[in-house]
Design a protein around this ligand. Structure first.
Ligand code: AMP
Length: 202
């Protein structure tokens, strides 16, 4: 979507992982929460996101991934965008059965090259050569929070408690699009992405 629409994908999780890999102060602090499956506090996450959105490449928009995760973050996002003369145009809520989410976390592997970050799945979308990224040749590895059953459980609890209320927040604003993605109905994220690109390009 990012390539097709010419706007960056801004993933708070990716920014945290880059900082963790580089062992920055922010990364070390954020990892205390991420490793347990908890949300990183807003006083770290919100300014980090705001700084990213002010970058030149996000001037014409961005695809936010993993932010906002709470009603408070959504309110802060509205405020920060309004100060920039912008707004949230569309929110996509991807709904997948819980067992499938857990299975996909356990089989997900990601490229360790922080400028590549390509995601694979050992069952659904394996790399050509085991453990090596097709695109850049860097080693692939499992995310530490995907290999820990306790962290997975906590992430799902946090989603139910803190993130799921966001559907009501955006439904009220009339900008929510809910999509079921599941192997059971043969519709995956890539299919939604293709449809969205068509819709947004019109
Ligand atoms: P993700 O890559 O989106 O799955 O995020 C990985 C982890 O980073 C989450 O489990 C949280 O610990 C943290 N994280 C990512 N985005 C946020 C956010 N918007 N607010 C708080 N923590 C976040």
């Amino acid at each position: 979507m990012s390539q097709e629409l010419g706007i960056p994908q801004v993933s708070t999780g990716d920014i945290f992982r880059k900082n963790i890999a580089e062992e920055t102060k922010l990364g070390i602090e954020a990892n205390k929460y991420i490793s347990k499956g908890d949300l990183v506090p807003d006083d770290i996450t919100v300014p980090m996101l705001e700084e990213r959105l002010k970058c030149e490449d996000a001037k014409c928009g961005a695809i936010l991934d993993g932010f906002p995760r709470t009603i408070e973050q959504a309110e802060k996002l509205d405020e920060m965008l309004s100060n920039m003369g912008k707004k949230v145009d569309l929110v996509v809520n991807l709904v997948t059965p819980k067992e499938e989410i857990i299975e996909r976390m356990l089989t997900r592997i990601v490229c360790t090259n922080q400028d590549c970050k390509t995601t694979y799945n050992t069952k659904l979308n394996p790399p050509k050569q085991e453990g090596i990224c097709d695109k850049c040749g860097a080693p692939l590895k499992q995310r530490s929070d995907d290999s820990d059953p306790e962290a997975i459980k906590r992430r799902l609890e946090v989603y139910e408690e803190k993130t799921s209320p966001l559907t009501g927040y955006y439904e009220e604003k009339g900008i929510l699009q809910t999509e079921t993605v599941s192997q059971k109905i043969n519709r995956m994220g890539i299919d939604v992405a293709k449809d969205l690109v068509e819709k947004l390009k019109k």
